[in-house]
Ligand binder design. Structure first.
Ligand SMILES: Nc1ncnc2c1ncn2[C@@H]1O[C@H](COP(=O)(O)OP(=O)(O)OP(=O)(O)O)[C@@H](O)[C@H]1O
Length: 606
């Protein structure tokens, strides 16, 4: 280990840069030609700001701590210089050794980083061996993979520590250490694991820390792992038209369901969408509810097997699915802005300070929060770091409980200079608990959280604007919402959850064994199949003409954000039909026969 940690004794900033001042090319960064081929194959034309700044420093052998916004290309900013160094070293010394360790907080991220390493080194594949230690393979397989001393090992701190403990992983000849999402690794409870990694590091390892925010956790890691690092704080000037447009709708608890039905059935959101909800049950409630209208979606949560989760993200990125419903339980535990931050922070600092001492540690008493988390997969994370590609909209069906988490959720859209939209549904306090069947506790503080979000975004020059749905017009859809919600009972949700878990476990096993041999078959496994335990009401899958706006959805879809011009009706069609029948002197029975819900010729608008 390099030195004892004193969290107050943090090395001073060496470089500080802000602004997107220059554009260069990857070739001018002096990267190996084989890497340039790999970069070109990824269709990367110019380096992003963080790549422009960090790559030369890393190639110079400097320790780097870079803070750059989500989606700004941090992954390539550390992978490329590492690959370059490996290729360079191999020209003079072909001895195989593990020279690079990349630590990430979640398995999903590990897989993503592994794929990026493979992609960038595809023209030098015989010279670079990388493994992802978070893959669920037996210890024996893992040992044999590590016995080959792969050049790059990608792992969560827990996995790395485990393999160091069993002597399967040797860091004796390590030259580069990367900690990605550095602001997150400590809050995931990896303190002890990082301690073990730090103890095993040889002298002179180059450390690169990547983070979207510079928190006290990052400062702690910087003090522990870095030698006089170059600190990059990068603020990119936003090009007009780029970035996330942020909107918020204040509505009742049940109206969330009404709006989500209207949004997807009338295709008010075009393109791929990630819907964030508060917990796992909520994922299934919403999926079953949308199924009632024939709207397909797939689910991501910590309960699903890791292979399924990775597969869902891959398929979503390929465009197989349009809607993912994700729950982000780590943040639901309120571990960020819940006022207990300082206390947790003190504990973290004390824990990490211990990393530098040789004194035996007090046995760790897991907090209530940690115990709760432990039931789920600790190494799961969706709103952080995962590179969902081409996401048009992030829909916060349930608002997160902190502004930090909001920032990371909306960072799943408008990546790499694209545009995107974030729409958040917020329950005002006077409407909390007004619709018990759809009520959840986390919405209690929606307004407080929204105030924090608005303040935080304003500080960064961003505005969260109201999205003015005309709720009176949306009302026409309410009875359909009621029908659909009634079918999604608690029992239906429980059954769906169990069924999906069982199916995904089976798929996951199959995925692991079978698809290693037949990678081409992967696409046959879909994750957005119907769960079907809820009562099926096939008429709900179609939107009858009389519910549609007179002018169609053109006015809404044509960039007319801020108003949903659904046709204003004075009288609904059922009542009109009844009145007309009455006027003609027809009896009740005839009128009921003409009920459009039972007689209309369904015409799908989708
Ligand atoms: N130079 C580039 N040109 C074009 N696209 C790029 C470039 N660099 C990265 N990208 C793309 O931008 C997206 C975001 O990159 P990446 O995941 O590395 O961002 P990040 O900063 O690590 O985000 P997060 O903080 O959310 O983890 C990826 O899809 C990546 O392929």
């Amino acid at each position: 280990m390099k030195r004892k940690l004193d969290s107050n004794d943090v090395p001073t900033t060496a470089v500080e840069i802000a602004g997107n001042d220059e554009k260069s090319s990857f070739a001018s960064l002096g990267l190996d030609p084989r890497l340039l081929q790999g970069i070109a194959q990824q269709n990367f034309t110019t380096p992003t700001l963080v790549q422009n700044k960090a790559i030369p420093l890393a190639l110079d052998g400097r320790d780097v701590l870079a803070r750059a916004k989500t989606g700004s290309g941090k992954t390539a900013a550390y992978i490329l210089p590492i690959l370059h160094s490996i290729l360079k070293r191999k020209q003079s010394s072909p001895t195989q050794c593990t020279s690079s360790l990349i630590l990430v907080p979640t398995r999903e991220l590990a897989e993503q980083v592994f794929k990026a390493v493979e992609a960038f080194s595809s023209f030098a594949a015989k010279d670079v061996r990388a493994i992802n230690l978070t893959q669920k393979v037996s210890d024996a397989v893992q040992r044999s993979l590590l016995a080959d001393s792969p050049d790059i090992v990608i792992a969560t701190p827990a996995r790395a520590a485990l393999n160091l403990g069993s002597s399967s992983l040797s860091l004796e000849r390590l030259a580069h250490l990367v900690i990605d999402e550095a602001d997150l690794v400590l809050s995931y409870g990896y303190n002890e694991d990082l301690q073990n990694v730090a103890k095993s590091l040889p002298k002179g390892v180059q450390t690169i820390l990547m983070s979207a925010t510079l928190t006290s956790e990052v400062e702690i890691l910087k003090g522990l792992f870095c030698r006089d690092p170059a600190v990059l704080q990068l603020e990119e000037a936003e090009v007009e038209g780029e970035g996330v447009s942020q909107y918020v709708v204040k509505c009742g608890e049940d109206e969330k369901f009404l709006l989500v039905y209207v949004i997807f059935k009338l295709k008010l959101v075009k393109g791929k969408c990630i819907i964030f909800v508060a917990d796992i049950d909520r994922c299934y409630r919403l999926k079953l509810y949308l199924e009632q209208f024939g709207t397909k979606s797939c689910i991501l949560n910590s309960e699903l097997p890791v292979n399924s989760r990775i597969h869902v993200v891959e398929e979503f990125n390929k465009g197989v699915y349009d809607i993912i419903i994700a729950s982000d339980e780590h943040e639901i535990l309120g571990d960020e802005d819940d006022g207990k931050d300082e206390e947790a922070q003190d504990k973290l600092q004390a824990d990490v300070a211990n990393l530098g001492s040789d004194a035996p540690e007090e046995p760790d008493q897991p907090s209530k929060k940690k115990r709760k988390l432990a039931k789920k997969d600790k190494e799961y994370g969706i709103s952080r770091g995962i590179d969902f590609k081409n996401v048009a909209c992030v829909l916060n069906f349930d608002l997160p409980t902190s502004s930090k988490s909001y920032t990371h959720r909306i960072g799943r859209t408008a990546r790499a200079g694209q545009t995107g939209m974030a729409l958040s549904l917020v329950v005002p306090s006077e409407l909390y608990r007004k619709h018990k069947p759809t009520s959840i506790e986390s919405t209690k503080d929606d307004e407080k959280v929204l105030a924090k979000i608005t303040k935080h975004q304003k500080k960064n020059g961003k505005e969260v604007k109201p999205y003015n749905f005309d709720m009176k017009q949306v009302e026409a859809f309410r009875y359909r919402m009621g029908d659909a919600l009634r079918a999604v009972t608690r029992i239906a949700i429980r059954e769906a959850r169990t069924r999906e878990l069982r199916q995904e476990l089976m798929k996951s096993d199959k995925l692991k064994r079978h698809f290693e041999e037949n990678p081409g078959d992967l696409h046959h496994l879909r994750h957005d199949g119907e769960l079907r335990p809820a009562r099926v009401q096939s008429h709900l899958k179609h939107v009858p003409d009389y519910l549609l706006p007179r002018e169609g959805t053109k006015g809404i879809a044509g960039g007319n954000v801020g108003f949903v011009g659904i046709r204003k009706t004075t009288e609904n069609r059922i009542r009109k039909a009844r009145l007309a029948n009455k006027a003609k002197g027809r009896g009740k029975i005839v009128a009921r026969k003409k009920d459009p819900l039972k007689t209309f010729k369904a015409k799908s608008r989708t």
